[in-house]
Design a protein. Structure first.
Length: 206
């Protein structure tokens, strides 16, 4: 897998270099000035992109809900309760849509979607003071998606690139960095637990 990701990364650099001097400079910026953690983060993203062809999927994490006994309301109730355990607040939810029979719900079509929103105001303030553009990610969201064939998923943004995707030109202060790691942990573990995953078992396997 690592070899495949590296191949994709090398191919991208080669493409940049073959498209002119400006691209050569661009290739330098996007490789040599990155820390090893940043390069790893982008390599993982490009690996996912290479496998799926879907840039949105490459920037997200998802958890399939396989236990049919877990209801939608169970999931949202669990996420609301778990938020406090991770020093987050459940700040809202929105029903996006639910298809009716007249709208011809099919097995491969999303028939229902609902969003849960989370925030830590103290961390949000620090993130905005570092870069107002973090505001585009706020509040943190988890979307519940259900297909016509009964498949159900929770999807949330992968915060890896938000944390490791920069350069030394604008480093994230250590205090903010650690706070962002806490948010990343929350936004991965809250939906995972609500979807029925055993976090401790997964950590042992890693």
């Amino acid at each position: 897998m690592r070899k495949t990701i590296t191949t994709v990364f090398v191919a991208l650099i080669a493409t940049l270099m073959m498209t002119g001097c400006g691209a050569i400079k661009m290739g330098k910026i996007y490789t040599f000035d990155f820390s090893s953690e940043t390069q790893d983060a982008y390599l993982v993203m490009m690996g996912k992109l290479s496998e799926s062809g879907d840039p949105a999927q490459a920037m997200m994490k998802e958890w399939e809900i396989t236990d049919k006994d877990i209801t939608e309301e169970d999931i949202f109730d669990d996420m609301k309760e778990l938020a406090g355990d991770y020093n987050m607040r459940f700040v809202g939810e929105k029903n996006m849509f639910r298809l009716t029979e007249a709208e011809n719900p099919t097995p491969d079509k999303v028939v229902h979607a609902r969003i849960a929103e989370f925030c830590s105001l103290s961390i949000a303030k620090k993130m905005l003071n570092h870069s107002r553009y973090y505001g585009g990610f706020m509040p943190c969201r988890v979307i519940y998606v259900e297909y016509g064939d009964g498949r159900r998923y929770l999807v949330s943004m992968d915060m890896t690139l938000a944390i490791y995707g920069g350069t030394d030109k604008k480093p994230i202060p250590e205090d903010l960095f650690n706070s962002m790691l806490d948010v990343k942990k929350a936004m991965e573990e809250i939906p995972a637990i609500a979807a029925g995953y055993d976090i401790e078992e997964e950590e042992e396997e890693e």
